[in-house]
Design a protein around this ligand. Structure first.
Ligand code: WTA
Length: 664
């Protein structure tokens, strides 16, 4: 066993079993256990069931074209428009029903309801406005926006005219915005003046402008006025290449825009995500496969029905919000909620207040939030009637059984199944989880692979490991929602996801295996427990961050000679950023310098990547080949017994660093 295997083994936990209630099963969208066998026997045609949930302009000829792996094509020669599927087709029956229920952070502000008809109108106007600005089919439009209704409006407007969007999380820094706009050659930006955070208006346009200054080509920007007079203090004037969203919408009032027929394989959007190297990866998702995948999983796993009020507390700036606030729920014609603020403003029962007020039927959130709720105490949910909830979901990181049970008991009143959904930006949608109307739940284990999925837990040679043993999760058959490539970088796509376990010279799809870089174990009954990343990516509050990105931000601070970043255990965040820093000769190891380093990270990436601790150290533990042994630094951060140090070139530094951390 390698060191990695030993580490994974140590993270395994005992499991209990919970059954979904009869009441839930009797109304579940999927309740026939035969679906697993049916999909296996009928693969890949089984995925016609997903495509059948959508309206196609031209029917596809083939479900899967696997003639050129790993460049798979799904629903080939079909044409489809995502905005038609999320809007137009619901107008007859659900035009007056709420598509989006938006709740702003300030409690005294009016909430916004957009019915399907109203959303359709706005999307048409926005599509016309974007076209006026010059946006054409296949032009990438960047959105740097918080959780305001104009974000899904802009996304669907892009989908309508066949312009892929690239949404950059509003909490990311100006630099991060510039990097992504440059990488995508994106000439258009939709942003806003600001938004509210814990009661205060926050200047966002300032950050957007700073980012635009780093963009290496001309741009046109549209600015939404979110704050009204509360943003006046920021004193923003729009530049010549910046347009007011409200004015553009007014100028296009009542406009209708014919949806563009997109090929199933045409790009719907790009989403940048962190990887092992410093440069973020531009994950490309397609129109037909992605939309089929998120619609099918929304129906089968989240059990969404049109009459539901479904609440996902993620930010649309991440993949969870794309797939399971916008595209999946709207394709199914349900009511999807959006909440602008944090769950503890003005008090720690804000989320429960929203659930009660709107009668939310599903809640989909992240373990980091559940751990925070648990820490705050059950008196907050107890103040509210949460009986409208029918199903609970979690995503983003492993959930420990204690947090799972707290969620199940205190939020779901032991009545709602909990779906622990494992997936990634790259997979487009859910991959491993229980079908809530079919399978029992085991806290801490995500569950079996979804029907039609070939997922295995293997050792470093790609051979399946015994049940109960830790290994690496691989996906051995393609699926419709998979990323198609990294934007303009097919080579890196192969390197990052396929080379590890595939015969890259083969054109037989059986020789191609997708590696998501997660460790996992599988039980005798096929339930998978995901143990976490096995690459240099850490998961802070469910946000995926590359340690290399943070390191390069730190070494960018004048006075820093070298840095190593690891994830240390954190009660609420899951992992927290620990930065080990070697300073240059003459640089003082002061508190002020520590703050400079923290600021350097915030400027380069955003506050989400802020180091919890900056530890000055005279040296870093390195192997003889010069590689930093991050695992030892993790052990020190977690105050754990140190792993093997025998392969180190400089074993003595480890104890030195430990002394610094422990402060003796
Ligand atoms: C982790 C978020 C355990 C995993 C949708 C994955 C999980 C990474 C789970 C992707 C889960 C996500 N249990 N780990 N239910 N869900 N992960 O791209 O390490 O932001 O590789 O996508 O989050 O993060 P991403």
């Amino acid at each position: 066993m390698s060191d990695d295997d030993v580490e994974l083994e140590a993270r395994l936990e005992e499991q209990e079993v919970f059954e979904p209630s009869e009441e839930f099963v009797s109304q579940a969208n999927v309740s026939d256990a035969g679906i697993y066998e049916e999909f296996d026997e009928n693969w890949p045609e089984c995925w016609e069931q997903a495509a059948a949930l959508l309206d196609w302009e031209e029917e596809y000829d083939r479900v899967l074209d696997d003639s050129n792996p790993p460049f798979y094509e799904w629903f080939t020669d079909g044409t489809i428009n995502a905005s038609t599927n999320c809007l137009d087709r619901h107008l007859d029956e659900r035009g007056d029903e709420a598509a989006i229920e938006w709740v702003g952070e300030p409690v005294d502000e009016d909430n916004v309801t957009l019915t399907y008809s109203q959303l359709h109108e706005k999307v048409n106007e926005a599509a016309a406005a974007l076209r006026d600005l010059g946006v054409g089919e296949d032009d990438v439009v960047t959105m740097y926006m918080p959780m305001i209704p104009e974000l899904p409006v802009a996304m669907l407007a892009c989908a309508r005219i066949g312009a892929p969007h690239s949404v950059v999380f509003a909490g990311f820094s100006a630099d991060a915005l510039a990097t992504r706009m440059n990488a995508a050659d994106s000439e258009y930006l939709v942003t806003c003046d600001g938004y509210y955070r814990r009661g205060d208006p926050l200047d966002h346009l300032d950050k957007a402008n700073e980012g635009l200054a780093g963009v290496d080509h001309d741009t046109e920007t549209v600015v939404v006025d979110r704050l009204g007079p509360n943003g006046d203090d920021f004193g923003h004037d729009l530049a010549a290449d910046q347009h007011d969203w409200g004015e553009l919408m007014a100028a296009n009032e009542g406009a209708t825009v014919e949806p563009v027929d997109r090929d199933a394989e045409d790009m719907l959007f790009l989403m940048y995500t962190s990887g092992t190297t410093g440069q973020p990866k531009g994950v490309k998702h397609t129109t037909g496969g992605y939309l089929s995948w998120v619609t099918w999983t929304s129906q089968a796993v989240l059990d969404i029905k049109p009459e539901d009020t479904y609440f996902c507390s993620a930010d649309i700036g991440w993949i969870t919000g794309h797939s399971y606030i916008v595209y999946g729920p709207l394709a199914l014609g349900t009511t999807t909620m959006m909440y602008e603020g944090t769950p503890d403003h003005p008090d720690r029962d804000r989320l429960w207040e929203i659930v009660e007020e709107y009668g939310a039927t599903q809640l989909y959130t992240a373990p980091t939030a559940i751990r925070a709720f648990m820490k705050w105490g059950k008196q907050y949910p107890e103040r509210h009637d949460l009986s409208s909830l029918r199903l609970l979901g979690t995503v983003g990181e492993p959930i420990n059984p204690r947090a799972w049970k707290w969620y199940y008991s205190n939020i779901g009143d032991e009545e709602c199944p909990v779906v622990d959904t494992w997936w990634q930006t790259e997979t487009g949608g859910m991959m491993v989880t229980t079908l809530p109307g079919v399978k029992d739940m085991k806290p801490g284990s995500a569950g079996p692979p979804l029907p039609g999925m070939d997922i295995r837990i293997v050792d470093t040679n790609g051979d399946e490991v015994e049940p109960g043993r830790a290994g690496y999760l691989t996906v051995n058959k393609p699926w419709p929602g998979m990323l198609r490539t990294l934007y303009k970088n097919d080579e890196r796509f192969i390197e990052e996801y396929w080379r590890e376990y595939s015969d890259v010279d083969s054109d037989d799809p059986d020789d191609w295996v997708y590696f998501p870089e997660d460790g996992a174990k599988i039980d005798e009954d096929g339930y998978i427990t995901v143990l976490g990343r096995v690459d240099d990516v850490i998961n802070v509050s469910g946000h995926r961050l590359g340690t290399m990105e943070i390191e390069s931000a730190i070494v960018g601070v004048e006075g820093v000679a070298e840095a190593a970043v690891v994830g240390g255990d954190h009660e609420v965040k899951g992992e927290a950023v620990y930065a080990y820093v070697i300073v240059e000769e003459g640089q003082e190891e002061s508190e002020a310098f520590r703050q400079e380093i923290v600021k350097g990270v915030e400027d380069a990436i955003g506050p989400i990547a802020r180091p919890e601790q900056v530890i000055f150290t005279p040296a870093l533990p390195k192997t003889r080949s010069g590689k930093i042994m991050r695992r030892l630094l993790e052990d020190i951060a977690n105050d754990e017994e140190l792993g093997d140090t025998s392969t180190l070139r400089n074993p003595e530094v480890v104890e030195d660093i430990r002394r610094v951390v422990q402060g003796d």
